[in-house]
Write a protein that binds this ligand. Structure first.
Ligand SMILES: CC(C)(COP(=O)(O)OP(=O)(O)OC[C@H]1O[C@@H](n2cnc3c(N)ncnc32)[C@H](O)[C@@H]1OP(=O)(O)O)[C@@H](O)C(=O)NCCC(=O)NCCS
Length: 192
């Protein structure tokens, strides 16, 4: 599939999120080869090609299996550069819906994680109608915990996901304020 044909999920002021295709393998490999990126995911071990191939297969098949959910490729709107990915998907081994993100080291420190996560939280509540969104992190991943808090999730202690004991953050639709300045007002969903 040509890159330009991949379905766009949403745009934020600085980012475009679209579905991954098999043609994005090299970008995924670059992301998952960086020990700095993987520090709190697997202890910083670069993933072998075969594992990344499995991930890309799973990610590209997910959209049809679970419409509305997925892992989306993010790029900068100003120059098209790959930034990383964001997800809104079931958090194994549960059916809790999880917001997540994994960004290239070069992209850190610009507020991109927060910008994308907020957009996906809004998308989940307002477009999909989910009533609860969680975020889970390694206990040492303070930056990610900060991103989740800034995205409207509250600290909920600990949970067991991915067969690990992780810090758990939760947002519930019933807790959302009506006058919150939601980011969906400043971007649009869909399109190509
Ligand atoms: C976690 C990650 C997504 C953050 O991306 P980012 O675009 O730099 O995040 P943002 O700029 O939106 O926000 C990060 C916030 O955490 C803060 N922060 C960064 N490092 C921190 C640390 N060690 N301790 C506490 N806060 C920290 C930043 O100052 C910023 O807060 P501020 O805007 O109030 O100053 C990025 O580092 C990443 O992709 N890491 C690898 C993958 C990963 O760990 N994913 C999350 C798995 S749970």
């Amino acid at each position: 599939m040509a890159r330009s044909a991949a379905r766009i999920l949403l745009r934020t002021p600085r980012l475009t999120m679209r579905e991954f295709t098999a043609a994005d393998f090299d970008e995924m490999l670059r992301l998952d080869s960086d020990p700095r990126v993987l520090k709190y995911i697997n202890g910083g071990k670069p993933m072998p090609r075969s594992e990344v191939e499995t991930i890309v297969d799973r990610v590209t098949g997910y959209y049809a299996l679970y419409p509305g959910l997925g892992v989306w490729r993010a790029s900068r709107r100003d120059n098209g550069a790959f930034v990383g990915w964001y997800c809104l998907k079931y958090c194994p081994p549960t059916t809790d819906v999880e917001v997540g993100y994994r960004l290239l080291f070069e992209a850190w420190g610009n507020g991109y994680a927060t910008e994308g996560a907020r957009a996906l939280v809004d998308y989940g509540f307002d477009q999909l109608g989910v009533t609860r969104i969680i975020g889970v992190t390694h206990p040492g991943n303070k930056a990610s915990q900060h991103v989740l808090r800034k995205s409207g999730l509250r600290d909920a202690g600990w949970g067991r996901y991915y067969n690990r004991r992780l810090r758990l953050f939760i947002a519930e639709s019933s807790e959302r304020s009506r006058d919150t300045n939601r980011s969906f007002r400043s971007f649009r969903f869909g399109g190509r």
